[in-house]
Design a protein around this ligand. Sequence first.
Ligand code: 13P
Length: 328
Amino acid sequence: MTEPDPLFVSLRPRFFDGQGIFLSLLFDECQSPSFLRKQESKSCSHLGFVCRLIIVVAFSVRCCYSAPPFNECPGICPMRQPLVAGNWKMNGSRDSINHLLDGILAGIGSVKKSEVAVCVPYVYLQQVCDRLTGTAVAWGAQNINDHDSGAYTGEISGSMLKDFGCRYVIVGHSERRTLYGESEQDVAVRFKAALAHGLVPVLCVGELLQERDRGMTNEVVTRQLDAVIEDVGIDAIGRCVIAYEPVWAIGTGKVATPMQAQEVHAMIRARLAGLSEDVAARVRILYGGSMKPANAGELIRMDDIDGGLIGGASLKAKDFLEICAAAG
Ligand code: 13P
């Protein structure tokens, strides 16, 4: 886990000691005997007050724009930090991944606001862990088995993913649902396993083209979401990331318009708000499906779109970084 920012650690007690402490940081000194003595001697300027004002403003700004866990502290800043996550799918080789990571690491310094992650094929987790430890880029896997160990040939458990430093794991990607027959129940148990191992599940939901054409988008997405909520409860949803990925937009070059995507994102958030306003306000909902540098900005600027889950464009460092930059 990321170490808390030292500035935050040193100031945290002052923020959590009770209401009014924040303001007293500004005003207490002005009431203190030493201040009053100085007033009497006319030697006091307002410098102390101004310095404190600057510290408070600087701290607030830093709180809003720094990486988790700093901005996950309840009550400090409810803003959702954008997340741009690459899903490399079944792509790459040792060499191509080294090259891709060189490019991402060379440009990551210019990504100021967004959190950045890559979800990689299992066999490259060691390589990615070696290259990304201590950098601003997190990593994860593309699936997880719900069992912790045992006779499950070809499967990978949550504890194995933790062993390689994963923060994220994708669950319920449409390619898993459609090509490998993962049911809603399978997705729910994988989601639960991820949380049990301290991983952040990236729960993918989205409709097929024929479902959209029949006006069934909301029904399908709600069903996929509810299958998980019923199993894990709404509070667990507050510990995940949701990705809306219309299946017809994945790898097709056919992107949802910002309005089409926003409508579904808003519907998801409203559904969550019906169960918990707090979870709905906190949870990040990413868009996925042919997101590219050319369309990322206008998608991510929509109110309920908090970043992207990127397939093809995450395999080119330049494109991926441009999408990260578009997210802030
Ligand atoms: P593309 O960006 O290649 O359309 O893939 C999106 C996706 O499936 C991410 O999980």
